[in-house]
Design a protein around this ligand. Sequence first.
Ligand code: DAK
Length: 260
Amino acid sequence: MKYTNLLLEQIGAIAILTINRPKALNALNSDTLSELSTAIDELGMNSSVKVVVLTGSGEKAFVAGADISQMKDFNSLEGRRFAQLGQATFRKLELMPQPVIAAVNGFALGGGCELAMACDLRIASDNAKFGQPEVTLGITAGFGGTQRLPRLVGTGIASELLFTGDIIDANEAYRIGLVNRVYPLNALKEEALKLANHIAGRAPAAVQLSKSAIQRGGNMDLDSAQAYEAEVFGLTCSTQDQKEGCTAFLEKRKPIFEGR
Ligand code: DAK
């Protein structure tokens, strides 16, 4: 599939998906969200892709938010359609089989911060900036920010960010647990690929089922979530990779996972 607002490349088992509207600091308009939705479907079906890295084009922005120039003229029906498209796309990203690493290479504001939060984990460049500035525009966060931010950093800190609209730098994002690691900008892509390849070396079904247990179980009560975890564990016991992983341990050698 050919995309206008996205770049998609594959290096070995890693897909790199880049939001590519650098003139608008990669802001998300509806066309970009639709393409993102299609790309997630395409990648989810591609079993040669083990991990996805999501980033923004250029050196200034990951994604500077939803596209304000498009949102400005929305009537309520168009606004609702936009919200539904964004929410469905971000949820699809969160639930796609493969882990997704956000490599945040600059501004991640509003919908950009929400996009990063819909990824499984986030690493950032030292020039990255995070925030939910919607209240400065007279709107609320609409792509899951009021829900995912408190889950990631706690209600108090999330409330401060959502009520003030203040922007924080990468070190502060690291301190509050919004990002896992911070790197110099010129090292970010290499570090993202290193982490992605590290994950890709593990048993693919076990990684994907771990993701499923984290994402689906996180919204269940503990008993239901543990029951789901038990089902998922049971499923791994039917894979060839489980036999190989356990046998390799007992034989004191490195496992060779074939994704079966
Ligand atoms: N949308 C559209 N264009 C944007 C943009 C955005 N979010 N951010 C930047 N741009 C454009 C600028 O207009 C400018 O275009 P030209 O003037 O060159 O044509 C170009 O990108 C470069 O930006 P600047 O000239 O402003 O660059 P600076 O370095 O001076 O400043 C900045 C960078 C990131 C601090 C600044 O651009 C900025 O403050 N941008 C807006 C950030 C922001 O407020 N983001 C949050 C957007 S609101 C909902 C669904 C979703 C949402 C809400 C509700 N529901 C459906 C309920 C989400 C809302 C948001 O994301």
